[in-house]
Write a protein that binds this ligand. Structure first.
Ligand SMILES: Nc1ncnc2c1ncn2[C@@H]1O[C@H](COP(=O)(O)OP(=O)(O)O)[C@@H](O)[C@H]1O
Ligand SMILES: [Mg+2]
Length: 484
């Protein structure tokens, strides 16, 4: 049996809806994101508890559910609780309940499975007979819908960065056999810092997800029309390129302040999605380059075969915009997260690291760029910082003579880091940058703050470095002529 759900047109993203978090003004410094004050409906009809969780306030609502901020008192941790609406109530019609059950089941089946820094974690699913609910990681922020209005647009380089992170997150999700099918601004949560600046993004709401590995019946024709590709409206087979289209539509909206297609009714909107090209982006906002426009419009192609074939190629195209400076960069010398992630993936040292650990290194390591001639280490100096060279090269000098040139993927200073006694922590050589250089550095303290899994990967990486050195030293001793 196939369930057909009337699609949510979601056609009024610019229309403010009182009380919805995404339509409230940007949080000012020091204000808790998503916060509300006063006895609005947000506080009036709050349940005191949902299960063991103490409800603090309403975070938002979607087509199927209410979402609350709640406290897990035992763990003293804040969580987000998504409770299905009108489940089992005598007045609710049965068809509606069937839909809700499918949305809940789709999401509940993912509890504990989604482990990615840019995907909202589903911690638990509680099949309460009256109204089942999901317990999720709480994301302090607003949804990207907040930044879809023309008076609140984000800088272009930030939009591209957010797009890259979503692409990598959805690539991970796709590798688990899932197609999200409802990528839209209201389902992408922006993480805000205390100043109200966007620092990260997390994909959420897997209620419409299609599990390619599942045997059971799944709901067809779900999603939000404004961001939906033609093949999904048709109700035909979809693959990851349907989500690629939807993310393209979200990026278009974030850049232009309006969605790629907009019409007063569903029929007209569908007609546009099938037959019309989106309005060019370049005329709509200063700073949009032909390359940026081409990337977004490629994702929005009508036929899946004309779009990026997979998330990797879409991600590569997005990060290339930043690396090649085809978007105006707010801070020119900053090493952007997309660039960091891609550089790490190219380095042999990080070959064994999974996505989660790679993002940890993106965020936790110190990333620096050094000009030619810069002294990374001086002989005799004590230190415990080690560097992994992500780009460029350094030269090693002993007694004024160059003894080695180290390039991308090699590490320097790790002996001082691994050294059991202070004597060995003194640098025995001068190390100078010979080609403009980006390094990833850690100290024992900063490395100690990484997850055990990530530290374990570093230890393995260093063991390999040491074995290689030992082998080289052996060769030198055994065959001195060969080396000399
Ligand atoms: N983990 C979370 N942390 C903070 N806010 C959330 C979280 N999950 C959802 N929300 C808020 O609740 C709204 C509805 O959640 P969503 O999962 O999209 O429900 P629906 O499936 O009903 O659309 C979101 O648009 C967002 O404003
Ligand atoms: Mg939603």
């Amino acid at each position: 049996m196939i369930f057909a759900m009337p699609v949510d047109p979601d056609m009024s993203p610019e229309k403010p809806t009182p009380g919805r978090p995404e339509s409230s003004p940007p949080p000012a410094a020091g204000v808790t994101p998503n916060g509300n004050s006063g006895a609005t409906r947000d506080t009036l009809d709050l349940p005191a508890y949902i299960g063991k969780y103490k409800v603090l306030r309403r975070l938002g609502e979607g087509a199927t559910s209410d979402v609350f901020l709640a406290l897990d008192e035992f763990h003293a941790a804040e969580v987000a609780i998504k409770r299905m609406r009108s489940w089992g109530s005598a007045s609710a019609d049965n068809r509606q309940n069937d839909y809700l059950r499918h949305f809940y089941t789709a999401e509940a089946s993912l509890a504990g499975r989604l482990q990615h820094p840019n995907v909202v974690q589903i911690l638990d699913a509680v099949p309460d007979p009256a109204s089942p609910y999901l317990v999720m990681e709480y994301v302090a922020g607003v949804t990207l819908k907040h930044f879809c209005r023309s008076d609140r647009l984000l800088p272009l380089d930030q939009i591209v960065e957010l797009g890259f992170k979503c692409a990598m997150a959805l690539s991970y999700v796709f590798r688990l056999g899932l197609i999200h099918r409802d990528i839209k601004p209201a389902n992408l949560l922006a993480v805000l810092d205390a100043q109200g600046q966007v620092t990260d993004v997390k994909v959420s709401d897997f209620g419409s997800a299609l599990n390619l590995h599942a045997e059971s019946t799944q709901v067809q024709r779900v999603g939000s029309l404004a961001y939906m590709p033609p093949e999904q409206i048709d109700g035909g087979d979809v693959d990851c390129r349907a989500d690629i289209y939807a993310l393209g539509a979200v990026l278009y909206h974030l850049v232009a302040g309006r969605p790629p297609f907009d019409a007063p009714n569903q029929m007209a909107l569908m007609h546009q999605i099938y037959h019309q090209a989106p309005a060019p982006l370049q005329g709509q906002r200063g700073g949009v380059t032909a390359e940026l426009e081409a990337v977004i419009l490629n994702a929005l192609a009508k036929h899946p075969q004309e779009r990026y074939a997979d998330w990797e190629s879409f991600g590569r195209a997005l990060s290339a915009l930043v690396v090649n400076q085809q978007v105006p960069l707010a801070r020119l010398y900053e090493v952007k997260d997309s660039e960091r992630f891609n550089r790490l993936r190219e380095l042999e040292f990080f070959a064994d690291f999974g996505d989660v650990e790679l993002w940890e290194v993106v965020h936790r390591a110190r990333w620096q760029r050094f000009p030619e001639g810069h002294a990374l280490y001086k002989r005799g100096q004590e230190g415990n910082t080690f560097h992994i060279i992500a780009q460029g090269a350094v030269e090693v000098f002993r007694e004024g003579t160059r003894v080695a040139t180290l390039g991308k993927g090699t590490s320097v200073g790790e002996m001082a880091y691994l050294a059991p006694n202070p004597d060995l922590r003194r640098h025995s050589a001068d190390v100078r940058v010979s080609q403009i250089c980006t390094t990833i550095s850690f100290t024992p303290e900063s490395l100690g703050q990484l997850s055990p899994e990530c530290q374990h990967r570093f230890d393995r990486g260093f063991i390999q470095v040491l074995v290689r050195r030992l082998h080289a030293a052996h060769e030198t001793l055994a065959h001195p002529r060969r080396i000399l």
